[in-house]
Design a protein around this ligand. Structure first.
Ligand code: ADP
Ligand code: MG
Ligand code: ZN
Length: 503
């Protein structure tokens, strides 16, 4: 691998306009595979979820999964696409050990959905429209593991293992039209598009779209045009990028790399590239096949797909509220700003906040706990918010205990810590750790008397009108009660005892 001197990002953008194309593969969450009845469940022993059809044995015949087709149409509709009245599957012929049929059943020039768009919101609230070329149905390949090498890649491996459980799992591939005009924000647009698409897929309930589990992966095509040029440059295609952050980094790196090559009078080769998480770089993969190389032809073993207009309209009518509109609605219901809504989105907190509200907490409290204490914990522990071992109902209970005056915020944080530590329900943690607020006046009275006796000078100051001095006494009482006193009540009692009434 030769090391190239990347052109600084801003400098690259001063001379070139980036053009991008994003191809996203989504693994559908259907129970069975796209063309046979094999289970798609994850985690089974290798090669236990196979049959003659997904192993490509001679004489086996595929049958289309109706839920797969329905999901493809729903995705197409949500992406504002036209839905084909009639379309076919096609064979994409190539040999690879993870694909025992020697062809992938896909769609070629007759995709089920085409000509759509997705509006995506950038960090500053600006909306960018990404146009969709097509969404088509295909199947996943098996999974190869290369054993014995240092890198896990085939080079240097001693042998390879193949698991065909994944072969035939339904995939929808969503391809954008060339994305132009994003300028320096191209990497941000790429990330925002994949993020919005992921929200959409989840809202439709067709896949969990977990990028870390390979359920959604993105190929980033990128080329540069000298400013003022009218023809696109040659693209590179960075394959299987599997996190939002990586999508953004891969696009950014390719801008800098292309600019470096072009500045030196070099030419970009059309090739696939691998993205490296560790340093954010890409390296050369294989020289890109042309469509002719795949010898596409219509799949003779499957009937054409001809969704009736009535069915398509029925599916359109049943689409859920789409994520961007839902966010706009929640933003106004919760009375928050667009920036606050974005931080809830970025934290993956929207559904958790909603569930907490459903469990009885006021919106501001639900937001406060998930975006404050719990977000801090999820960062610290390096896990998603949703993976923290606390439920929205438990957060709602903590919030209720605070509202009832049984916990201070400080105590509530300890209760949350206890729940996260597996000490049980919030009430059990309160009992177990003895955390209830001491607001019983007689119990507080003794502690206040002791504090007044210990700091007579402070008492005098308060009597002479320096009410702020009460803080020292409140502090002493809090200490004496191990933080379990209701600070506001303590202050009131101090003023009462000293016979003063601050404004
Ligand atoms: P392939 O299967 O060869 O990757 P596709 O048409 O499926 O081809 O996808 C190519 C993607 O790249 C599309 O999103 C397309 O809009 C985009 N694209 C095409 N030409 C260029 C280019 N010169 N620069 C950047 N993106 C491009
Ligand atoms: Mg491609
Ligand atoms: Zn099968």
């Amino acid at each position: 691998m030769s090391v190239i001197d990347l052109v600084p990002y801003e400098e690259a953008l001063a001379s070139y306009d980036p053009v991008m194309g994003l191809e996203v593969h989504v693994e559908l969450g259907t129970k069975t595979k796209m063309f046979c009845g094999c289970s798609t469940a994850l985690g089974a022993e290798p090669n236990t979820q196979t049959c003659p059809t997904c192993l490509g044995l001679p004489g086996s015949l595929p049958v289309v999964n109706a839920i797969g087709v329905e999901s493809a149409i729903r995705i197409g509709l949500a992406l504002n696409c036209e839905i084909a009245e009639w379309c076919r599957f096609a064979r994409k012929n190539y040999f690879y050990p993870d694909m025992p049929k020697n062809f992938q059943t896909s769609q070629y020039d007759e995709p089920i959905a085409f000509n759509g768009y997705l509006d995506v919101e950038l960090e500053d609230g600006e909306v960018f429209r990404v146009e969709i070329e097509r969404a088509h149905m295909e199947e996943d390949t098996g999974k190869s593991s290369h054993i014995g090498g240092a890198t896990g890649r085939i080079h240097g491996a001693e042998y390879s293992l193949l698991d065909y459980n994944r072969a035939g799992i339904p995939l929808i591939e969503i391809v954008t039209k060339p994305i132009e005009g994003a300028g320096e924000r191209a990497p941000e647009v790429a990330r925002a598009y994949v993020a919005e698409l992921r929200e959409l897929i989840r809202a439709l309930g067709v896949s969990e779209a977990r990028m870390d589990m390979g359920q959604m992966r993105c190929d980033v095509n990128l080329s540069l045009m000298p400013k003022g040029a009218t023809r696109f440059g040659t693209r590179s295609e960075t394959k299987n990028v599997n996190s939002l952050r990586s999508v953004e980094r891969a696009a950014r790196f390719e801008v800098q790399r292309h600019a470096a090559v072009l500045n030196e009078g070099g030419t970009i080769v059309q090739e696939t590239r691998h993205f490296h998480e560790d340093n954010g770089s890409t390296t050369s993969g294989r020289i890109k096949e042309e469509a002719e190389d795949y010898r596409y032809f219509p799949e003779p073993d499957l009937v054409p797909v001809a969704p009736s207009r009535e069915w398509v309209e029925e599916l359109r009518g049943e689409l859920p509220e789409l994520p961007r509109l839902r966010r706009q609605r929640l933003q106004s219901e919760w009375g928050i700003s667009a920036v606050e809504m974005r931080s809830a989105l970025n934290a993956g907190a929207i559904d958790l906040i909603l569930a907490t509200i459903d469990a009885g907490a006021p919106a501001d409290q639900a937001r406060k706990w998930w975006l404050g204490e719990l977000a801090r914990r999820s960062n610290e522990d390096g896990v998603e918010l949703a993976e923290l071992p606390i439920t929205p109902a438990q957060v709602a209970r903590v919030s209720a205990l605070v509202a009832e005056g049984k916990l201070t915020d400080k105590l509530a944080r300890q209760v949350i810590e206890g729940v996260l530590a597996g000490e049980g329900e919030p009430d059990e943690v309160v009992a177990g750790r003895g955390l209830a607020v001491v607001s019983d006046d007689s119990a507080l009275g003794d502690a206040i008397d002791a504090a007044l006796a210990a700091q007579p000078d402070v008492a005098d100051k308060i009597r002479s009108g320096k009410f702020a001095a009460a803080g020292a006494l409140v502090g002493a009482v809090m200490k004496a009660t191990r933080g379990q006193a209701d600070a506001a009540r303590v202050k009131e009692l101090i003023f009462e005892k000293l016979g003063v009434t601050p404004e």
